[in-house]
Each structure stands twice: as structure tokens, then as C-alpha cells.
Design a binder for this molecule. Sequence first.
Ligand SMILES: C[S@@+](CC[C@H](N)C(=O)[O-])C[C@H]1O[C@@H](n2cnc3c(N)ncnc32)[C@H](O)[C@@H]1O
Length: 273
Amino acid sequence: MDEYRTVNLANWNERVDGHMAPDGYRVDELINDPDWVTAVVRHDAAKLGDVSGLTLLHSQCHIGTDTLSWAKLGATVTGLDFAPKAIAASRSIAAQMDVNATFVETELYSAPDHIDSTFDLVYTSVGAICWMPDITKWAEIMAGFVKPGGRFWIRDSHPALMALDDGRDDDQLVVAYPYFHQPTPINFPATESYQGSATIENTDSYSWAHSIADVITALMDAGLTLERFEEYQHLDWQFLSSMTQTEEGTWVLPEEVRDNVPMQFSILASKPA
Ligand SMILES: C[S@@+](CC[C@H](N)C(=O)[O-])C[C@H]1O[C@@H](n2cnc3c(N)ncnc32)[C@H](O)[C@@H]1O
């Protein structure tokens, strides 16, 4: 792993305790309420349809709350992540639920050395590709895990949004960072995570921009067929201080600028049978 991903690993490992805390992710509800699934999975399940009986690989699964939500909806799930504490947390949550789930600790680019299967659905979402230095290699690995006739899904922050200055306290949308990929990542130090109130000591985290064209082209070059591309006006977390929370719990820009920039995108792709 390069120096940037080593720093990122320390940062992600440390976030786990805060995300497992009562004011972090809603782990108790996931375990105790048989009908409860994460808002992220509720959103994506409406796009992907019935997953019962499908094998599903969740790439960058973090503490497994989305992965285990898919399991509740009937999929046989495998989650992968490079943070040992995230994988340990995923396994401990799964052990308290009656589901079919496997969690694998691996750096993404080494995943084919650790996971020897292909899947009906390869899934990744909400804060995934910005941690990847090489989008072409990422797409090859994602595509390699899709069964012939299977599907790939990503929903992630829109690179046009991520180019904006998130340090402003007004509702101006000001471009501060490159939209197009640069080989050297940008460090966005933070003492708090996007969820929960825990303080972080490993504050540095390095991320890379990937344009929409680069992501789609990489997936198509890796042998997948584009089925659907969508852009959204909501986000699952607050990126700009001017954003407000909707009744559904998502975050949106003030109405007068809501049409100015997309918040997220999703891609549904398939592998020819
Ligand atoms: C924002 S989370 C996405 C998780 C999911 N959307 C959620 O909120 O539960 C990003 C995840 O990517 C993982 N990650 C970052 N870089 C990685 C890498 N190079 N290989 C594997 N996992 C990585 C982190 O450990 C973290 O769990």
C-alpha cells in the first residue's frame, strides 16, 4: 500500500468506534428491528429490485450496516474492507443477527487474492471511489467479481459536488478543487467523522477525484454494459453548511440553488451472460 492509503487506513480504523457508538450508525435498530434497513439500502433496493436469493458483494462495506441490510432483504452477502476494526465490527454485528454474511479484510486492489468467487450483484456506495488512486484498476476488479449475466451498482458523491469549497458558511457554490483526476491526492484533515460525535486523532485522509466520464469509461472498458446512469439532488450526509435535512433524513441544497449542481450519481451496469 502507498503512503496515502496507509494514512487512510489509520483514519478509517479510528472512525469505527465512533460509528458503532449510539450516536453513530443505527446498529441497535439493525440488530433488533427485523424490518429496519439502512436508508442507503432502502434507496438502492428501490432501484435494484428484489435481491432475495442473490449473491451480493459489498465493496468497501465499512462496519457492514448496508451489507447486513442487503442480507435482511434476502441476499447472501460478502463484505470487503481494508480496515481491520471495520471488519471486526461487521462480524460482531452479524453474529447478533440471523443472516448469511461473510466479511473479508482486504485492500481493494488485493481483493481478487482473497475472494475467489463471482457474484450476481456487486455493490458499492456513498463514499467509495474517492479512496481509489486508480479508477481503471478499480473498475477491472469490480467487473471481475460480476458473474456473467450479473449486475454492478455504484451510487456515490458526484465529482462536481466534491470540487466545491465545503468550508464556506454561506450558500455560494464555489469551485475550489479539480473535477478531473490528479495523480496526487488532496488531504482533507478532519477531527470529526460525518456521523456521530467522536473525536478523531488520525485526522489526515487523502482522496482522489474521478470524473464521471472516467468512471463510466473504466467500467465499460472492463467489460460491463451501461444499463442506467442517474444524477440526484440529495446526499446522505451534510457536505455544505447550507444544506438542510429532509423529512426522509437526506441532505439537500437551498431550493434556489438546488438545480445548480448534482449531489450524487449512480451507475447500473451488467456483464453479458
Ligand atoms: C465512507 S465508507 C463507505 C462505506 C459505506 N457507504 C458506509 O457508510 O457504511 C468508505 C470505506 O472504504 C474503506 N476503504 C477506503 N480505502 C480502501 C481501500 N483502499 N481498500 C479497501 N477499503 C477501503 C474504508 O475502510 C471505509 O470503510
